[in-house]
Ligand binder design. Sequence first.
Ligand code: FE2
Length: 241
Amino acid sequence: MSENRDPQKLTRRDFVSGVVAAAAAAGAASAHGSPSTLQATGAPMIELPKLPYGEGDLAPHISQETISFHYGKHHKAYVDNTNRMITGTELAAASLEDIVKATAGKPDKKGLFNNSAQAWNHSFYWKSLSPKGGGQPTGKLLSMIQSDFGDFSKFKEELAKAAVTQFGSGWAWLVVEDGKLKVEQTPNAETPLTNPAKKPLLTIDVWEHAYYVDYRNRRPDYVTAVLDKLINWEFAAANLG
Ligand code: FE2
């Protein structure tokens, strides 16, 4: 059979190519095949932030395999889902923080809250870790720890306990509220970001995907490694201000 070209199909193919080229030129090629109205307008989308270190830089405490899946699959999925859910809505151009705050506690926005809060929590978690972490904080943060918890080792025990005893998936946090440091737990995607009185300083992800490849069911060993070797006190101090 000869391959006679249908002028109509050619026209359609050319049209589709033109649309794709225009979208690409605008830096707005869609992962779903056709450029959305939002993308065509060039409005900002939520981006997956770059890791502040290499995927293998937290090894041997957290392996490259864990980070690769945790960042490249889990975190990316939360970002992608958030973008899919905000496209064409009143939150399409909102910042990630504003999306989290606008959807918190709203049953009809639960899916968007879960995905956007998880996107925010993970960005905060990566910065809460450092290949040069561990040890003790200094300066104002250490002084506040000493006055609010007694001493650093008692504080560290309390933070570890919060991380280890969070039932099921969730997060352990160091926050400041009314000038005092507090250790807290949140389940699932919940985050202190939604409470205007609280300012998160650092977090530890205790979802199983954060440690199961490296530690299996030994969450306490993962938490100990994070606190001894990876926790980023400089990030917490910078957040404290
Ligand atoms: Fe996670």
